[in-house]
Design a protein around this ligand. Structure first.
Ligand SMILES: NC(=O)c1ccc[n+]([C@@H]2O[C@H](COP(=O)([O-])OP(=O)(O)OC[C@H]3O[C@@H](n4cnc5c(N)ncnc54)[C@H](OP(=O)(O)O)[C@@H]3O)[C@@H](O)[C@H]2O)c1
Length: 248
């Protein structure tokens, strides 16, 4: 019987899958994966598995679907959830391209990007908090990006993606202030994985030097170590893949 559970949301993310695979082979922790659909999962073969895996499928990330997922999650509440990874995020799609200049800005694309990158993670913070509040420490990681740092913005461009990650960062900072009063066991971390070789970064890898383009496996390993080392201190952290603090 395991004594801890780890929750990975948006678990079809390449980085999310790498986190799951790593936990599966190395930890005696139950794993709960939430996704609209796990495709080409690289979860490992059963004989090498240590962690038990449960999958919850959501129709989408609207509030009602998230509430339904939480209802299912409550049924697996035999051990505290000590880590949460919210991987949701989009940069481009068939209809969305990161903007190079003002003329590229599109109202509907902005709404779609801010919905998946800021609203969805915020809903998970809101709706999971009652379940996570208690005595067991819980490290709650939200995938952000360095381009969401307002103080670091020297290059410009990517209006919607930058704004959506900056908005996410503000949600994380604001929630941490409230949780410091009412859920001292929860630590919120906004995380920048670095440019990682996943579908999200594929069209933008051309100018990235080979040693700056990480594998999802490398980032997962870094992140799991960072989560382990980061103390519960009732403040939000904004950390990169090396564990270094990024200025908000
Ligand atoms: N790769 C990079 O270079 C890089 C750099 C900086 C930050 N990040 C951030 O890291 C996180 C993980 O990205 P990844 O590189 O692993 O990308 P990925 O493989 O493309 O994963 C995409 C993620 O976004 C979710 N998603 C897709 N469409 C969505 C929608 N309409 N609404 C809500 N969620 C949606 C997916 O959830 P399902 O499981 O439901 O499909 C999945 O969790 C993202 O937040 C991204 O912004 C990545």
């Amino acid at each position: 019987m395991t004594t801890e559970q780890t929750l990975i949301i948006g678990a079809n993310s390449d980085i999310g899958k790498a986190i799951a695979a790593q936990i599966q082979t190395s930890e005696n922790t139950d794993l709960i994966l939430i996704s609209r659909g796990l495709a080409n999962s690289n979860l490992v073969a059963s004989e090498t598995i240590k962690a038990k895996v449960t999958t919850i499928t959501v129709a989408n990330y609207q509030p009602e679907s998230i509430e339904k997922a939480i209802e299912q999650l409550v049924q697996y509440n035999h051990a505290p959830i000590t880590r949460v990874f919210v991987c949701n995020g989009i940069l481009h799609s068939q209809n969305i391209k990161p903007e190079k200049r003002l003329e590229d800005f599109d109202a509907q694309a902005f709404i779609d990007v801010i919905t998946s990158n800021s609203l969805t993670p915020m809903l998970w913070i809101q709706k999971l908090t009652p379940l996570l509040t208690g005595k067991s420490p819980c490290k709650f990681v939200l995938f952000s990006a360095r381009v969401g740092s307002i103080s670091d913005n020297r290059l410009g461009g990517w209006y919607s993606y930058r704004a959506s990650k900056a908005a996410l960062n503000m949600m994380v900072k604001t929630a941490a202030i409230e949780l410091a009063r009412r859920a001292k066991n929860i630590k919120l971390i906004a995380f920048h994985p670095g440019t990682t070789d996943t579908p999200l970064s594929k069209p933008f890898q051309k100018n990235v030097p080979a040693n700056k383009l990480f594998t999802a496996e490398f980032v997962a390993k870094q992140l799991l170590a960072i989560v382990e080392e980061t103390p519960l201190d009732q403040t939000a952290s904004y950390l990169d893949w090396q564990g270094d603090t990024i200025n908000w």
